[in-house]
Design a protein around this ligand. Structure first.
Ligand code: FES
Length: 113
């Protein structure tokens, strides 16, 4: 059994609209904060062509948008905008439950796809 939750950053290290690279549970992840202030953790690879969302992801409101081709993901990891596709992809980003406690950002190892 792996550690169920880990402290990945200080609350103050992640401003609204910011995206940073983290590693947890042996996975490369992207930690981001919605413009409204909600922290989220997702798998780092865009499901389109695998761009690094920790580097190329841009927050737009409640969405994380990949700068490569503008695919956009909501807080559940679902792709809600996929320019160039006739149908939205069924595949989602992996999302890890994320919370803030005592000035720290805590991620739980219960990935959802
Ligand atoms: S690689 Fe992310 S939208 Fe194409």
């Amino acid at each position: 059994v792996t550690d169920p939750s880990v402290d990945v950053a200080a609350t103050n290290d992640l401003a609204p609209g910011q995206v940073i690279a983290i590693e947890a549970f042996g996975e490369r992840l992207a930690l981001w904060r919605t413009d409204a202030g909600v922290p989220r953790v997702v798998g780092r690879a865009c499901i389109h062509l695998g761009a690094n969302l920790a580097r190329l992801g841009k927050v737009k409101g409640d969405l994380l948008v990949c700068s490569s081709h503008k695919w956009a993901y909501d807080g559940t990891g679902r792709c809600v905008t996929a320019p160039g596709e006739d149908v939205l992809p069924e595949q989602c980003l992996v999302v890890y439950p994320t919370a803030e406690r005592n000035g720290r950002i805590i991620v739980t190892n219960q990935p959802e796809e």
